[in-house]
Design a protein around this ligand. Structure first.
Ligand code: MG
Ligand code: ZN
Length: 446
């Protein structure tokens, strides 16, 4: 027996060696097949309401010559696929922002209006919550109320998007591993944080946040040490990009400040940036506002692209939650969509109508904010319009001159584009459901 002892030991040792070699090889092989290495930083851009038509329109609008060799937008070259947007419902197959954002945040379809919960109202973990659990920093940058449907679906779990005060409370009170879920919160919605029943701004400051409410304070925040910011720059939504005065930051500026803070965490970050009001302009059938919001969105996207190209550990994905308004380029058999007219309107028709409502003479207001000559018939159409229809009369002039069509003041159900760059961008290639965004992020966040 003793003479075989050495042989046994040798056999056992060889088997162990074989096993170790095989498992290492198998592990390497699986990794190679899956090709998913963890990503340090994720930035998700959502153009609310940004269907394909808005991108095409913006491409023409952006170019000096909208014929022949039309130049690209900054998003175009990163297009990787499309996604379906329909909600979980028996009666409705056109989504709202809450159901679509819940799908992209949690990987679960739900009813329109539900926030971060599935169809049974069960709370589902969001990619932002997962990032926080992993010790990453998190941020929300939007141009509507920070507690509006889209951002809310990434942070909290409530049965209706309308519960905006409760959503704001949850931003402050809900914790992950003893920490607030979102480190950087920038956008509008101050009235939900400064209420008769509760001063959330005070509570956020108590929890270590710096509070900002002007553009100047935001830009200075880059030089401060505090990596937790609550910036609320309007009581409700921010004005549309083209109507903003100099005290309101752009989406680009908010994104820059957010990145300057989030990058300080060695474990990485998750950031949601929403071009929130492409949708609002779609609802109002306002092509002037919509193009200014597209520009705002594109400029913020460019900031993230620059960051990701330098950093090399950042995945950037951009998409839309649905399209809005049934925008069409061309109408009444006209084969020319005219972006030059839009460029010559210096404020949204709603802003101009508001000036008239505040006592400005109609003709003077039109001449001040519209830099192409209007016909007397056009001017009188606005003069004759009732007080609350002035904006509609101006919109009609612009739509007619540009050949812009609209079919609804609600959402529409077409597929939407998906753009991606950075590590693992190929996961988003092809045609998917909107739940795929969250499913991929969960795979990459470990
Ligand atoms: Mg939204
Ligand atoms: Zn909408």
């Amino acid at each position: 027996m003793r003479k075989y002892f050495k042989v046994y030991i040798f056999l056992i040792f060889s088997m162990l060696l074989c096993f170790l070699t095989y498992t290492t090889y198998a592990y390497k092989l699986t990794k190679k097949v899956l090709k998913h290495s963890p990503v340090k930083n994720i930035i998700l851009f959502i153009g609310d309401g940004m269907g394909y038509q808005y991108l095409t329109a913006y491409r023409f609008y952006k170019n000096r010559v909208p014929f022949k060799n039309v130049g690209l937008t900054s998003l175009d070259k990163y297009l990787v696929g499309s996604q379906m947007t329909y909600p979980f419902d028996n009666d409705e197959n056109i989504t709202d922002s809450a159901a679509s954002a819940t799908a992209m945040a949690t990987g679960y379809k739900t009813y329109n209006g539900y926030v971060g919960v599935n169809e049974k109202l069960e709370p589902k973990e969001t990619v932002l919550e997962r990032a926080k659990k992993l010790g990453k920093s998190t941020g929300l940058v939007v141009t509507v109320e920070v507690n509006h449907a889209t951002p809310a679906c990434f942070v909290t779990h409530v049965k209706s998007r309308k519960l905006m005060d409760l959503i704001a409370d949850n931003y402050c009170d809900e914790k992950i591993l003893g920490k607030n879920k979102v480190d950087i919160i920038l956008g509008g919605g101050k009235k939900h944080f400064l209420r008769e029943d509760r001063n959330l701004i005070k509570d956020f400051i108590k929890r270590g946040y710096a509070f900002l409410d002007t553009r100047e304070e935001l830009l200075q925040a880059c030089n401060t040490k505090n990596n937790k910011l609550l910036g609320l720059f309007a009581d409700e939504a921010l004005p549309k990009a083209i109507d903003r005065l100099s005290d309101i930051p752009s989406l680009k500026e908010m994104t820059q400040v957010a990145l300057s803070k989030l990058k300080n965490n060695n474990k990485g970050f998750f950031l949601l940036v929403e071009g929130s009001q492409i949708d609002s302009c779609g609802h109002k059938n306002d092509i002037v506002g919509a193009m200014s919001e597209m520009k705002d969105f594109e400029e913020a996207f460019e900031v993230a692209v620059d960051f990701a190209l330098k950093d090399k550990k950042t995945l950037v994905v951009a998409t839309a939650d649905h399209s809005t308004g049934g925008l069409s380029l061309g109408k009444n058999k006209n084969y020319y969509w005219n972006p030059f007219i839009i460029k010559k309107v210096l404020k949204t028709p709603y802003f101009i109508a508001d000036m008239i409502a505040k006592g400005c003479d109609t003709k003077e207001a039109l001449e001040k904010y519209i830099s192409f000559p209007l016909t007397s018939k056009e001017i009188s159409s606005v003069e004759k319009a009732a007080k609350d229809s002035k904006a509609a009369a101006i919109l009609e002039i612009i739509d007619k001159r540009t050949n812009t069509g609209w079919t609804t003041i609600g959402h529409t159900g077409e597929d939407v584009p998906v753009f991606a760059l950075g590590p693992n961008k190929d996961m988003f290639r092809g045609f998917h459901d909107n739940t795929w965004i969250a499913k991929c992020f969960f795979k990459l966040l470990f």
